[in-house]
Design a binder for this molecule. Structure first.
Ligand code: ARG
Length: 573
């Protein structure tokens, strides 16, 4: 029984070439009997100027690391069963290893050609359910740049985790309830015009919202509060206006989702949970964690400010709806993780929320994760809704598409150019967002994002298009059979090494919920590909078969990587 179980696991879990190298190292280390706890040993990739493919630092392995490195090097070099390691050398306290590229390259190319668009995939997740709460804009307001970031990061995590065998459920947790609705309904009833709103919903609703704030006084605020309450109590007129606004907003959001190719599995919205908030309050009271404070209820923590869960006027709250959401999600999906892709300004809030959910017994520690991110600014400055000084995202995206047209040289006609520009422009926006660690602030700089040379999407796309054209020119089937990777050039080795790293990089990105590891990696692959291609002839060279296979592997790797970031590849550029 046990044996076949293990075999089954092997079959599902792809082991890629680079991992075979690690395994071989560990096997030899074990045989040497010179070190304990081999499983815990870290293999490093040395800096490029060091003449080694892998290194094992020996400091923590022995009190005499220099001696140990020497002994290990001797053992490695004498060891007969080496296949993927070629040579070892002790440099001070480091054991430096060189890969046997003849075998390694073959393994890498075989991996890629065999797996094709699944290169790097594995069954790490084993079907475990991950809910991803992303995008989640607020109805009747334009989608902000922060929501754009959430959308882009969230969709990419969805793709990456799915690729690793998790079952992802994307939920657009729309802000479709709250005090802004009361205000909006009042403003609409006072100054609104149906046709105008239907023609340009977001703009018009924004104007109404801004006007409400400009003319705000006690009476208006009072009216707005009344309408908010009416809605929660199910008043028909208020609900009808509300539903109309929600539908109009969704239509606007969908335009952006379509352009960016965003898909959700659920779009329940906050209002869906309204009726469940009562249960949350009851749970909190029953558990004895609800403290009364000036007619309101709060949950207190040892090390954070307390969380209000019921207002004195009994009106519903964002956080109470969020607690109800957690309870509902856990019950319906029994998720393994629930990720909240929301800006860093809600950091404290999510700490409080998750802790409260734990105290309520809804989840265990670390089951909910705040995947936070920094601000995005346009180079021209910050944007705010209140002042009405907004750049609509739709315009931002359209502008990127328009500007990217100047990069396109190979289009047959205008129609084709438009098609390509869409993929380049949108790719540029996505890549610009994903290329740095999400917790950092990003600046959107048109020139940089749309540059053909820099750390940009067009740069990666272009390398990929180039690789594809070589494959097409070759015109025959490319297989990994019978290839011989003798005496590889430095550029070939580097490119192969890069390609081999892909499966590992995907894991790192997935486990840290940080797609930038993949974006940065793609820049490295594109770099390595360009260096290789600029220096070596592919078609018509003596090593044509091998080189075309390397090109194909690079192409597949870049393409899969872009796909994980939700970026499309144009046919030409
Ligand atoms: N609509 C919220 C906002 O714009 C984000 C919601 C995030 N998701 C959640 N479950 N709280 O700030």
């Amino acid at each position: 029984m046990k044996k076949s179980g293990r075999k089954e696991k092997r079959k599902n879990d792809n082991i890629y070439a680079i991992e075979n190298v690690y395994e071989e190292c560990k096997k030899i280390l074990k045989k040497s009997k010179l070190v304990k706890h081999v499983e815990k040993i870290k293999l490093e990739t040395p800096k490029e100027r060091i003449n080694a493919d892998l290194a094992i630092p020996c400091f923590s392995l022995s009190k005499k690391p220099i001696e140990l490195a020497l002994k290990l090097a001797e053992f490695f070099n004498k060891y007969k069963g080496k296949r993927l390691i070629k040579k070892a050398e002790a440099i001070g306290p480091y054991l430096n290893l060189q890969i046997n590229y003849e075998n390694f390259a073959k393994n890498v190319i075989e991996d890629v050609i065999k797996m094709q668009e699944y290169y790097g995939a594995r069954n790490e997740g084993g079907g475990k359910i991950v809910i991803i709460d992303y995008s989640s804009p607020n109805v009747a307001k334009p989608m902000s740049i922060a929501h754009l970031r959430s959308t882009i990061i969230g969709q990419s995590l969805y793709n990456i985790l799915t690729f690793l065998g998790y079952r992802c459920i994307g939920d657009n947790h729309l802000g479709d309830i709250g005090t802004q609705f009361g205000k909006l309904i009042v403003a609409y009833k006072l100054w609104g015009n149906k046709d105008r709103v239907e023609k340009e919903p977001i703009k018009e609703l924004m104007n109404l919202y801004v006007r409400f704030h400009r003319e705000s006084n006690e009476r208006l605020e009072e009216l707005a509060r009344d309408y908010s309450k009416k809605m929660e109590e199910g008043d028909e007129e208020a609900l009808a206006i509300w539903k109309w606004i929600v539908d109009l907003s969704k239509k606007e959001f969908n335009k952006i989702y379509e352009m960016l190719r965003i898909k959700f599995d659920l779009e329940l919205g906050e209002s869906f949970y309204l009726s469940m908030t009562k249960e949350v309050i009851e749970d909190a009271i029953r558990k004895g964690i609800a403290k009364e404070s000036e007619n309101a209820l709060v949950i207190e923590f040892e090390d954070m400010p307390s969380l209000l869960i019921q207002r004195s006027d009994k009106g519903s709250l964002y956080q109470t709806r969020d607690l109800a959401t957690i309870k509902y999600r856990k019950k319906r999906f029994d998720f393994y993780k629930c990720l909240y892709v929301v800006g860093s300004e809600q950091k404290l809030y999510f700490k409080q929320l998750f802790k409260a959910a734990e105290m309520l017994g809804y989840i265990k520690k670390d089951e909910c994760v705040h995947v936070d991110f920094g601000l995005m600014r346009l180079k021209e400055g910050k944007l705010s809704t209140r002042e009405g000084r907004v750049i609509l995202l739709e315009d931002l995206i359209k502008n990127a598409i328009e500007l990217s047209k100047s990069l396109i040289k190979e289009a047959k006609n205008e129609e084709e150019k438009d098609e390509i520009a869409k993929k380049v422009g949108i790719g540029a926006i996505i890549f610009n967002d994903l290329k740095e660690d999400r917790i950092k602030d990003v600046v959107f700089d048109w020139e940089k994002a749309l540059s053909m040379e820099g750390d940009s999407c067009p740069y990666v796309q272009y390398a990929c298009v180039r690789a594809k054209s070589i494959i097409e020119k070759y015109g025959r089937e490319i297989s990994a059979k019978g290839l011989k990777f003798k005496n590889l050039e430095e550029e070939e080795k580097l490119l192969i090494r890069r390609i081999a790293d892909f499966p590992k990089i995907i894991l790192i990105a997935a486990n840290s919920y940080k797609p930038h590891y993949i974006a940065q990696y793609l820049l490295d692959v594109a770099d390595a590909f360009n260096k290789f291609y600029e220096k070596h002839k592919v078609i018509g060279s003596e090593k044509e078969k091998e080189r075309v296979a390397i090109v194909k592997a690079a192409y597949i790797t870049l393409k899969v990587g872009l796909k994980l970031l939700n970026i499309e590849l144009p046919e030409k550029m």
